[in-house]
Design a protein around this ligand. Structure first.
Ligand code: BMA
Length: 365
């Protein structure tokens, strides 16, 4: 991590330094940026792509607070196969336009990648084989083919440019929730050595071969009790990581009261952030909540009474709520409020608590 002073004294423009300043600026003010996955592309009851509205002015968070989130989360799943739209139906042309627009508004962008399983042809959640990671490592039979997948990611990132043609810096968050067993790169299907080799291979290819110097590399284990050993075991090394993130969700078990589920979320998130913030301090890394949420936010005061309590006092640079799916058949799938949603008023109060930063239209350049 470069000290803020060093950045300010540098005269030449560096996209990465600009992003670092935004992260450091929030933490220095004991604040964190609010983030929302896919925020500008669709919301609870609208979809830019379906409605052919490419103004990129809509946002559920904006509709509720009058401000855009500071961080826009985007997923690249599908780009590896040269698909026109990502796994959640967002055309990549729209994804790119959203990245550019959000950057021009002064926001930060983070990219995750729910990529298909390269060995089985299944999706990111296909953990049926424990040979997938090994198959794409440098001595694996699928390595050459995987380079093509990484080429497509690199090409897309490289194509995200501001109006002056300069690279838009991004927080790149591949291979996430790797201490869980649900993804093909998770703890159920690869060894710590294989995971670390996968990360280093990705870093070297993107940075050294493809020249993508303007990325902050974020590693994000999922929250859980007694997972602390895995922070350092499944960790490729300080050279390849800039940010430690936590993915943390509230779930209410069938035998739990609402209050018990809330308490569990606050306790587990707090314990994990305690441990990760210590590691971040020791290793000189940024800290963030790279994903969080409570499916359909079923409690009126969840933001002020649960969410803020869970992260309060930890030096996180941002917290990113997961997506508000639009037009899905079946049960609702959303993590931020929208006009009329039960936690709307509480979210407004939370957004004004002095600890969370948004992009207010008056501040947008
Ligand atoms: C998951 C769910 C899925 C989605 C995936 C990638 O958590 O939201 O519906 O496809 O993330 O965005």
């Amino acid at each position: 991590m470069i000290a803020a002073g060093a950045l300010l004294s540098s005269c030449s423009y560096s996209p990465k330094a600009q992003l670092q300043q935004k992260l450091e600026g929030a933490v220095a003010c004991k604040q964190y940026w609010f983030g929302h996955q896919d925020d500008l592309m669709y919301g609870h009851s609208w979809s830019a792509a379906a409605e052919m509205d490419f103004s990129l002015t809509r946002s559920d968070v904006y509709s509720v607070t009058g401000s855009y989130p500071g961080v826009l989360g985007i997923d690249l799943g599908g780009i590896e196969k040269d698909k026109e739209a990502n796994l959640d139906g967002n055309p990549f042309s729209l994804v790119r336009a959203a990245i550019v627009k959000h950057h021009e508004r002064g926001g930060l962008v983070t990219l995750s990648w729910h990529l298909d399983n390269p060995l089985t042809g299944g999706n990111a959640w296909d953990n049926s084989s424990d040979a997938a990671v090994a198959s794409i490592l440098p001595d694996g039979e699928g390595h050459e083919a995987f380079l093509v997948w990484m080429d497509r990611v690199a090409e897309f990132i490289s194509s995200c440019r501001d109006s002056r043609g300069r690279q838009i810096p991004v927080i790149f968050r591949p291979w996430h929730e790797h201490n869980g067993g649900w993804f093909w790169w998770g703890s159920k299907t690869c060894t710590p050595e294989q995971y670390n080799a996968l990360w280093v291979m990705t870093w070297k290819y993107m940075v050294q071969e493809k020249g993508l110097q303007d990325m902050i590399w974020a590693i994000s284990p999922n929250a859980g009790e007694e997972l602390f050993d895995s922070w350092t075991e499944r960790y490729p090394g300080d050279e390849y990581v800039d940010l430690l993130g936590l993915d943390t969700y509230e779930h209410r078990g069938a035998d739990q009261s609402a209050k018990q589920a809330d308490e569990q979320f606050v306790t587990v998130t707090g314990k994990c952030l305690e441990s990760l913030s210590e590691m971040a301090r020791e290793h000189g890394k940024y800290l963030a909540v790279t994903e969080f949420g409570y499916e359909s936010v079923p409690e009126q005061n969840w933001w002020t009474e649960v969410m803020q309590k869970a992260v309060d006092g930890y030096p996180i640079a941002y917290a990113l709520a997961w997506r508000n799916a639009s037009g899905l058949p079946g049960p609702h799938h959303y993590f931020a409020p929208w006009p009329g949603q039960i936690s709307e008023a509480d979210f407004v109060e939370y957004s004004n608590n002095g600890k969370v930063q948004f992009l207010h239209p008056n501040d947008i350049r």
